[in-house]
Every structure is written in C-alpha cells, then in structure tokens.
Design a protein. Structure first.
Ligand SMILES: [Zn+2]
Ligand SMILES: [Zn+2]
Length: 80
C-alpha cells in the first residue's frame, strides 16, 4: 500500500493508487502527495516516521518524501 497526504489539509490516506481528489476542507480539491510505500498502522518491516511540523505519523519501508508539508515548506521527518 502507499501512503498519501493532502498537502493542503493534511489528511492521510492509505491506498494502492491516488485517492479521488474532490472535497478538500481547506478549499477546492485535495492535493495528494505520495509520501512512501507503507501504512498508517504498524506492520512488520515498516519503520515509524513523524513530521516535526505537522505531527503526521506514518509507517514506511523507506524514508518518506519531504515535499509539501501542510504546515508550510517541507516535512521534517524524524525516525522514531
Ligand atoms: Zn485536502
Ligand atoms: Zn509535515
């Protein structure tokens, strides 16, 4: 599975393909960014990462991409 985040409202979704983009609470359509291959819950072989800026906690097989934190600029991922 892949982890996607809307870079406007910060919603996290675990989905095999990009989620439908409609209805962002921050206005207009969601703007999905694929953060990594992984999950929103712990699974064997995945490592936890948390963004210091937006607080998002995700589980990835490799370090997540840093682009477009909803709190502004890039995510600042910490390996937990
Ligand atoms: Zn959104
Ligand atoms: Zn962030």
């Amino acid at each position: 599975m892949a982890v996607y985040m809307c870079s406007k409202c910060g919603t996290l979704v675990e989905n095999p393909s990009p989620p439908i983009s409609g209805g962002c609470p921050a206005g207009g359509n969601h703007l999905w960014v694929k953060l990594c291959e992984g999950s929103l819950v712990f699974k064997e072989g995945l490592k936890p990462y948390q963004c210091r800026k937006c607080g998002a906690l995700i589980y990835c097989s490799k370090p997540p991409v840093s682009s477009k934190c909803p709190a502004g600029g890039n995510h600042l991922w910490m390996r937990l």
